[in-house]
Design a protein around this ligand. Structure first.
Ligand code: MCN
Length: 791
């Protein structure tokens, strides 16, 4: 299928800035989140967690909790040893690389490895009483030495998080393309820098929640998850329950931002408790539990060397990335930093590149995917290094970028690491950005304001992203080593009256698939998107799917939807042809009707065709099966590579160190827009997330492994008051990888924005002699840097 072939034939719903179908329900308080579920006879669970970062459990006394009114059970890891058939798994094991993966049981026995490690669970009839009862459990610990700094954890003599491995290094993974030593030797200019990409949290509005219920011998888990099908598979392993006896449902999920791309101990625990007690059990995370035990992201220290000729031509790049993975491995923990490797050379022609990923255990909670997952980190360092190189060469940073951009006519472009970028026009996106931002005028204004003691700066980022997570063969066991596949599925069912229900294997949690997938189907079938219902997030409905993350839902799942709808369209054309006595190839879908080409009066609506499909008239040949329902699976041949150009203007109050974003411009290219309004929304959210990381957010542990940022009082998420009104625009470069030509956009903002914001602050403070700065650029950090530069 070519893009042109699938261009709208029905009613041109694709491309319209349609309001989200799901919003009226959401914004009038009629959403249905997991915690809204109350089942008859339901019990409530509370978890007893370790206050120690590393310790031996010497005793647990649950008896006082059992005496509390309403308590039904109080159980330790030992008590529940037989409830679990296997520990929680990790899905990355690249060929030829040894990764240390400790057993990760839902309740800990023996030792605890981070603050918040679950050691016991209490179940009671009342959600408040259970919290009081859990406080009655007496646990004695024998503290062990703690390590929280990943670089110290790699030193000889460091306390070991896991004695059994004899090292805190989880793995070392090296990727090389071209002769990097020669490239660095032959260069005229080399820049080197250590950049810290701090630990951040997902901060979803809805904390995690799980409710499990047994009916007969089947268990249903309702959970705030991004990956219901994967969760069912994992729980089947962990509980030793066959998948046909397990159903996982993701009701409305109040944001995930990657933090719900996980199968958590609590999900397994609640399921095991429902099985054991024969009653429904609910567990709802508190905000401080969310900060402590919902996975974090980023947390790496990057040592980067970039080399170039005097004229700015880049010759090579070397990066050594030290990554703090925390104490356990979640489903994708060790893989996440590597996820960005295909684009770690950015939009640039870099003939030689070496990437060395070093994973480290520390006594902190695990990191895993947080929006962008590996790609914001890679983009952050390559973009800031481009600025650094430009400064050293005395070149304009945008001119340096233009000099090294992969040109529009060079796609598909194979990078030094053997990755093939599908399509792009990097210079085009930058040109479009500069149509909205007059750089020369800004520089004049900047200089004038500095005379008055006002410090403004501008930063740019030109990024390329890899997303549309798939293709299975590249990402799977024989590719980069994930023990999984990444195709997507869809089923389209047209009902007797011509309305449709779509089942998708993706599982949105804020991305608006109910709307965009309905737009795609409406166009393919010639019906109104208001009459297309999109069902997701229930393993008992529709085919298997791999969920929503890695900005894959549209480019992989949406394409599966388009393909299933096209199969339905084909069948509709055959039915129509039989009834109108024409050849199927002469039936065209135009203006929402199935017409005989050249005879516009001979036409049928989808409602008429659907009626005939379900109650076949005599004229319909028996070889046409009844019904109007098709399924499609899609496993693309390549990733998709969206890109864009961002600019940020900040003003720094040099008395207080407070930086404020006063303009943010984003030009993104995610191929043809299904819904431009939704794309804007995704970019706004992503940029807000990145501004949060650049200026405010950081998960902080003290040297004893105590979490200092356990609430939103200490962990500073930006609010609307801290953000400017975003200025967005798009270019549209279709991808050849799918018939819709689309690429992902769900993470674009988080990927493009942190370097732009950081560079803007650096630009503002350069006249004061402030140079390299690490995120978050808090008032304290900037004020100190200004004082040090003055001294
Ligand atoms: N879209 C479009 N036209 C395009 C490209 C995308 O209309 N050319 C639309 C899609 O149809 C979809 C939305 O944009 O409705 C995002 O699509 P896509 O880029 O495929 O990303 P996913 O749906 O796979 O979403 C995942 C991505 C990730 S990884 C995180 S994390 C994330 C995010 O999106 N978390 C979010 N966006 C979020 N938005 C909200 N509100 N809440 C979160 O937790």
């Amino acid at each position: 299928m070519s893009t042109a072939e699938t261009a709208t034939t029905g009613t041109a719903w694709v491309g319209r800035a349609m309001r989200r179908k799901e919003d009226p329900r959401m914004i009038t308080g009629r959403g249905s989140y997991t915690d809204n579920l109350t089942l008859p006879g339901m019990l409530y669970a509370a978890i007893v967690r370790s206050p120690e970062a590393h310790a031996r459990i010497t005793s647990i006394d649950t008896a006082p909790a059992l005496e509390h009114p309403g308590v039904v059970a109080a159980l330790t890891g030992e008590d529940m040893a037989d409830d679990f058939a296997a520990p929680l798994p990790t899905f990355w094991s690249p060929p030829g690389v040894e990764i240390h993966t400790p057993d990760h049981w839902p309740l800990k026995r023996g030792e605890v490895k981070h603050v918040g490690d679950p050691v016991a669970v209490v179940v009671a009839t009342d959600r408040y009483a259970v919290v009081d009862a859990a406080e009655q459990v007496v646990v004695e610990y024998d503290p062990l030495p703690v390590v929280v700094d990943p670089e110290k954890a790699l030193e000889d003599g460091s306390p070991l998080v896991w004695e059994q491995f004899g090292t805190n290094q989880t793995h070392e993974y090296v990727l090389t393309g071209g002769d990097v030593d020669a490239a660095l030797d032959e260069a005229d200019v080399v820049v080197e820098r250590r950049l810290v990409n701090q630990r951040t949290a997902g901060g979803a509005i809805e904390p995690r929640c799980s409710v499990a219920e047994m009916r007969g011998d089947s268990l249903t888990l309702y959970s705030s998850t991004q990956i219901p099908h994967i969760a069912r598979f994992v729980l089947s392993l962990v509980l030793g329950t066959p998948e046909d006896k397990l159903r996982v449902v993701a009701p409305d999920v109040g944001g995930g931002f990657g933090s719900k791309l996980q199968v958590y101990p609590e999900e397994a625990l609640v399921a095991a408790l429902a099985k054991r007690l024969g009653r429904p059990v609910k567990w709802t995370e508190t905000r401080s539990e969310n900060m402590t035990t919902s996975h974090h992201g980023r947390d790496q220290i990057d040592y980067v060397t970039l080399a170039a000729k005097r004229d700015g031509t880049i010759t090579g790049c070397r990066a050594r990335l030290v990554i703090d993975l925390g104490a356990y491995q979640g489903v994708l923990t060790p893989f996440i930093p590597e996820l960005g490797f295909p684009v770690m050379g950015g939009c640039y022609k870099i003939p030689a590149i070496e990437l060395r990923f070093i994973g480290v255990f520390t006594n902190k909670f695990a990191t895993d995917a947080i929006r962008g997952a590996g790609r914001p980190e890679g983009t952050y360092w390559i973009e800031l290094m481009m600025d650094e190189l430009a400064a050293k060469l005395g070149m304009d940073p945008l001119e340096l970028r233009r000099k090294n951009f992969i040109r529009k006519d060079e796609f598909p472009f194979e990078t030094a690491l053997g990755i093939v970028y599908d399509s792009g026009d990097y210079a085009g996106a930058l040109d479009r950005l500069l149509e909205h931002f007059d750089l020369e005028a800004f520089r004049r204004e900047q200089a004038a304001l500095r005379e008055q003691g006002v410090y403004r700066g501008v930063g740019f980022s030109t990024y390329v992203e890899v997303c549309g997570l798939a293709p299975s063969r590249a990402v799977g066991p024989q590719g980069v080593g994930l023990q999984a596949a990444f195709w997507e599925s869809a089923m389209v069912r047209v009902h007797m009256t011509g309305s449709a229900t779509v089942f998708t294997g993706t599982s949105p949690h804020g991305q608006g698939h109910d709307t965009t997938f309905a737009q795609i189907v409406a166009d393919k079938l010639g019906i109104d998107p208001q009459n297309v219902d999109v069902i997701h997030g229930d393993t008992d409905q529709g085919p298997w799917g791999w969920g929503t993350y890695g900005s894959r839902a549209l480019a992989v799942g949406g394409e599966a939807v388009a393909r299933a709808a096209l199969k339905v369209q084909d069948k509709a054309k055959r039915i129509c042809a039989a009834l109108l006595e024409a050849a199927p190839e002469d039936i065209e879908l135009a203006d929402g009707k199935y017409r005989v080409r050249g005879s516009p009066n001979k036409a049928m609506t989808m409602a008429e065709i659907a009626g005939a499909a379900h109650i076949p008239p005599q004229e319909l040949p028996p070889e046409i099966e009844p019904g109007l329902e098709e399924t499609a699976f899609f496993d693309p041949e390549n990733f998709v590579f969206p890109f864009g150009a961002h600019a940020c203007v900040v003003e720094v109050d040099v008395e207080t160190g407070k930086a404020r974003v006063i303009r943010y411009l984003a030009v993104d290219d995610c191929g043809p827009a299904i819904n431009p309004m939704l794309i804007d929304g995704q970019v706004h959210g992503g940029v807000a997330h990145a501004i949060g990381q650049a200026l405010y957010e950081q998960v902080v542990y003290d040297e004893n492994g105590q979490l200092v940022t356990g609430t939103f009082v200490d962990y500073a998420l930006p609010t609307a008051a801290e953000l400017p009104s975003f200025e967005t625009d798009r270019t549209e470069t279709p991808s050849p990888v799918n018939s819709l030509g689309v690429k992902g956009v769900g993470e674009a903002g988080t990927i493009g924005a942190t370097p732009a914001v950081t560079a803007a602050v650096q630009d503002a403070l350069r006249p004061l002699g402030v140079e390299s700065l690490d995120m978050p650029l808090t008032p304290m950090r900037l004020w100190q840097a200004i004082q040090e530069a003055k001294a």
